[in-house]
Design a protein around this ligand. Structure first.
Ligand SMILES: NC(=O)c1ccc[n+]([C@@H]2O[C@H](COP(=O)([O-])OP(=O)(O)OC[C@H]3O[C@@H](n4cnc5c(N)ncnc54)[C@H](O)[C@@H]3O)[C@@H](O)[C@H]2O)c1
Length: 434
C-alpha cells in the first residue's frame, strides 16, 4: 500500500478540518440513539474502556466476549451492577459478530489478537475502538488500515494521550516556537525494579480456553505470568516495553512532527542483560530513528530509573532555546537553556481515575466521529504509524543491525531477510491478513 506523506495530516488538523465543514447533524446514526456495543477482551483495560463508554450514556452493552469464563463472569457482574442490563456472553468473537451485529466493538484483547478481531469486526459492519499497539507485526497493521478504509468504518486506537489536556497544552507550547529549532527528541521509560524470578508453568485453569487465547500465536505451555495481563512481557504475544508503553510516546512524537510520519532509517541495540525471570522482552533497549529534520532516540530499562535526570517516563524535546519534558503524572515542564532568560514553565496533568488516563475524552471523540462521519483523533492510520515505529525497533533488535525504511511504500528495500520479519506465520487454522 502506498500512502503519500500529505495523507498524514495530524489528528488535530483532521479534527479541525472536519469540524470546519458543514456536516449533517446526523451521519448514519441518530444523535440520541444509543449505539449497541460489544466488548471483546474483558480484562483490565477492556473494563476501563467499557466503564467510560457506559458513563458517557452513548451506548447500550449488548455482548461480552472472552475466552476465559472467569473474566466474563466478573465483567458481566460489573455491567449488571452499573446498568441493570445483562449483555449476552460469548467465548468466540465470530459467533458474537454473526449473532449480535453490534454497532461498535471494543477490542481490548492481547496484542496478538488485535488484527484479526478488528478486521472481522469491520467486515461485520462494526466501528472499532482497538487498543494499542494495533498489531504484532507491521503487515497486520497495513491490512487493518486497508480494511477500515474499504469498509468505511471508524477505527479509533486507544492512544488517549492525544486527548489528554496536558499533552495538548505541551503540543501548543511546542508549536508556538518557544523552544527555537528542535533537532533532537528523546523518548524513554525507565523503571527501577528487581531482577525477578522464574515462575513455573502450571495446568490450564478451569474456564480458560488456552488454545483460543494463543490463537494465531504459538501454543505455549500455560504460565500464570502470561495471563491475565502478563502477555506483554512475552515476545510471542507482544513486543516488549517499546510497543506496550513506548508506543504512547512514539505516537506523541509523530503528533508533534506532523508531516514527518516515518523515519528514513532505524537501528536498535539492547537485550536481556539483567532480568532473571521467565519473561522474554528486552530489559534494555535503545533505538535511533533518523528523520529528515531531527533524530529520535528511544530508551528503556526495566531495572533502573533515572534519578540524576528527575524524569523516569516521557519525552525530552531539545531546542535551541530550551528543553521541554512531556510526561505523565508529572505533566509537562519547560527548562530554558542557560543563555535564554525566559522563565521555567509547567503544566499539571488532568487525568481520570482509575489508572490516571483520559479514556472518557477519547470515547467522546470516537462517538462524535462516528456521528459526523469524520476520522477520529487517534485514527487507525495514526495508530499504525506509531505502532510501526515500535515494531521497526524490535525488528532491528532481532536482526542485530539497522536498516533503511521506505515509509512511503512501507517496506525495507533490497533486504529480504528484514522484509520477512514484517509478517509472521500464523498457527492453523488462523490466516494472516493480507
Ligand atoms: N491505552 C492504554 O493506556 C492501555 C493500558 C493498558 C492496556 N492496554 C492494552 O489493552 C489490551 C489488553 O490489555 P489488558 O492489560 O487489559 O490485558 P488482560 O489480560 O487484563 O485482558 C485481556 C483479555 O482478553 C482476553 N482474550 C484473549 N484472547 C481473546 C480472544 N480471542 N477473544 C476474546 N477475549 C480474549 C483474555 O482472556 C483477557 O481477559 C492490550 O493490548 C494492552 O496493550 C492499553
Amino acid at each position: 500500500m502506498t500512502i503519500s506523506r500529505r495523507c498524514f495530516l495530524s489528528a488535530s488538523a483532521l479534527a479541525v478540518a472536519a469540524s470546519s465543514f458543514p456536516t449533517p447533524a446526523i451521519f448514519g446514526v441518530e444523535r440520541d440513539k444509543k449505539l449497541r456495543v460489544a466488548l471483546v477482551g474483558c480484562g483490565w483495560w477492556g473494563t476501563n474502556i467499557l466503564n467510560a463508554a457506559l458513563s458517557s450514556k452513548t451506548v447500550e452493552p449488548v455482548a461480552l466476549v472472552d475466552v476465559d469464563r472467569r473474566q466474563l463472569a466478573t465483567e458481566l457482574a460489573n455491567v449488571k451492577d452499573k446498568t441493570g442490563l445483562e449483555p449476552k456472553t460469548f467465548g468466540d468473537f465470530r459467533e458474537m459478530l454473526e449473532q449480535m451485529k453490534p454497532d461498535i466493538v471494543i477490542n481490548a484483547t492481547p496484542d496478538h489478537w488485535h488484527a484479526l478481531i478488528t478486521i472481522a469486526a469491520c467486515n461485520a459492519g462494526a466501528h472499532v475502538y482497538v487498543e494499542k499497539p494495533i498489531c504484532h507485526t507491521i503487515n497486520e497493521g497495513i491490512a487493518m488500515v486497508k480494511t477500515a478504509r474499504e469498509t468505511n468504518r471508524t477505527v479509533q486506537v486507544g492512544t488517549h494521550r492525544r486527548v489528554s489536556p496536558h499533552n495538548q497544552a505541551a503540543m501548543e507550547f511546542l508549536k508556538s516556537g518557544k523552544l527555537g529549532k528542535i533537532g533532537h527528541v528523546r523518548a524513554f521509560v525507565n523503571y527501577p525494579g528487581g531482577i525477578g524470578k522464574k515462575t513455573p508453568d502450571v495446568p490450564i485453569p478451569e474456564g480458560l480456553d488456552w488454545d483460543f487465547w494463543c490463537g494465531p500465536a504459538p501454543l505455549l505451555p500455560y504460565n500464570p505470568r502470561m495471563h491475565p495481563k502478563g502477555f506483554r512481557q512475552f515476545m510471542e504475544f507482544a513486543n516488549g516495553q517499546i510497543s506496550d508503553w513506548g508506543i504512547h510516546w512514539l505516537d506523541q512524537v509523530l503528533w508533534w512532527s506532523q508531516e514527518e510520519q516515518y523515519p528514513k532509517s532505524v537501528a536498535s541495540s539492547g537485550g536481556r542483560f539483567v532480568l532473571e525471570d521467565n519473561s522474554t522482552w528486552p530489559d534494555t533497549q535503545h533505538v535511533v530513528y533518523q528523520f529528515d529534520k531531527f533524530d529520535l532516540v528511544w530508551e528503556h530499562r526495566l531495572y533502573s530509573g533515572n534519578p540524576p535526570e528527575k524524569h523516569n517516563i516521557g519525552i525530552y524535546f531539545y531546542g535551541t532555546h530550551g528543553v521541554l519534558h512531556l510526561g505523565w503524572l508529572d505533566g509537562w515542564s519547560y527548562y530554558p537553556n542557560g543563555t535564554h532568560k525566559e522563565p521555567t514553565e509547567h503544566g499539571e496533568p488532568k487525568l481520570d481515575k482509575p489508572d490516571d488516563q483520559n479514556i472518557a475524552n477519547l470515547w467522546a471523540d470516537f462517538i462524535e466521529s462516528i456521528r459526523e462521519g469524520r476520522r477520529p483523533i487517534a485514527d487507525i492510520e495514526n495508530g499504525h504509524r506509531s505502532t510501526t515505529l515500535a515494531l521497526l525497533a524490535v525488528l532491528s533488535l532481532k536482526l542485530g543491525r539497522g536498516f533503511v525504511w521506505d515509509g512511503q511504500n512501507q517496506t525495507i528495500p533490497n533486504d529480504p531477510e528484514a522484509v520477512k520479519l514484517l509478517a509472521r506465520t500464523y498457527r492453523t487454522p488462523w490466516k494472516y491478513p493480507m
